[in-house]
Design a protein around this ligand. Structure first.
Ligand code: A3P
Length: 296
């Protein structure tokens, strides 16, 4: 199947009620069977919540802040995307993982109920990053404009509705953030917020360091904070996704490293759209109290 896969904006297909790009849905059995090593680490997010940023921080922490070592390959090669099935020549996540020795740093956007059970059986560490709904939605909208493998975003107003109804790839943001939140203690998941990382990156880098049972010097931590600033990551060809050909990620439409801010939703939502969104948000999130902030 993979060899025949042609680049297109893949339609979504439901896997246990979660819309996923068709090649992922068709391959889901082998994804579900993936058996990680206990030392493998999973970085899980809803798309556009700060995955790449966290991958870079973790890689630098694991390599004692060595910038050169962390430029050994682009992000998706250093930290494979578990479920992705891409048109050739881009390798699929499972192909890359099967050629790598543990400990591996694995990325996923799967909601918690679709994470392969081997991660829990092997007690792998899991870092989850959540971003406030409105900024997450804005970032996803621009990403869907430029990513030629995801469904067309269509007009902005309709995109908001699709987000609210959980119809975008990887499904409902509300279920995603809630699922990991409710199981974070039982499953020893480190649950981070994009807004906290923006507010005090050093504090959050240190939090990740402790979770990984590492202890780095203050100087090295400072270096990691600097290397993972938005500006430095945008300029770094190994973290800015310039590795993906332009017919797949058309960064002339919108850059992967787009703005990197909290509160950009204000430049997109009209007051009416914001009110409608917030009413629906209260309803969808009424059973859970996750401390999201849409400004810092
Ligand atoms: P914007 O589109 O709002 O700019 P992901 O890696 O999960 O796909 O998330 C991408 C989002 O994280 C983009 O948000 C991107 O700019 C932002 N981002 C990436 N690196 C960042 C960094 N070092 N600091 C702040 N934001 C970053």
């Amino acid at each position: 199947k993979e060899a025949e896969l042609k680049l297109c904006r893949f339609p979504l297909e439901s896997v246990r009620g979660v819309p996923l790009m068709r090649p992922i849905a068709e391959n889901f059995d082998s994804i579900w069977e993936f058996n990680p090593h206990p030392l493998d680490l999973l970085i899980a997010t809803y798309p556009k919540a700060g995955t790449t940023w966290t991958q870079e921080i973790v890689d630098l922490l694991l390599h004692n802040g060595n910038a050169e070592l962390c430029k050994r390959a682009p992000t998706p090669v250093r930290s494979p995307f578990l479920e992705i099935v891409s048109p050739k020549p881009i390798p699929s996540g499972l192909d890359l993982l099967n050629k790598m020795d543990p400990p591996r740093m694995i990325k996923t956007h799967l909601p918690i109920q679709l994470v392969p059970p081997g991660f829990w059986e092997n007690k792998c560490k899991v870092i989850y990053v959540a971003r406030n709904a409105k900024d997450n939605l804005v970032s996803y909208f621009h990403f869907d404009r430029m990513n030629q493998t995801q469904p067309e975003p269509g007009p902005w107003d309709g995109y908001i509705s699709k987000f609210m109804r959980g119809e975008l790839a990887w499904g409902s943001w509300y279920d995603h953030v809630r699922g990991y939140w409710l199981q974070r203690e039982q499953k020893n998941i480190l649950y981070l917020f994009y807004e906290d990382m923006k507010e005090d990156p050093r504090r959050e880098v240190e939090r990740i360091m402790r979770y990984l049972d590492l202890s780095l010097s203050d100087d090295i931590i400072s270096r990691i904070v600097a290397l993972t600033s938005f500006k430095n990551m945008k300029e770094n060809p190994m973290s800015n996704y310039s590795c993906i050909p332009t017919h797949v990620f058309n960064q002339s439409i919108s850059e992967f490293m787009r703005k990197g801010e909290v509160g950009d939703w204000r430049t997109h939502f009209t007051p009416d759209q914001s009110n409608t969104f917030e009413e629906d948000y209260k309803n969808q999130m009424k059973d859970v109290d996750i401390p999201f902030r849409d400004s810092v």
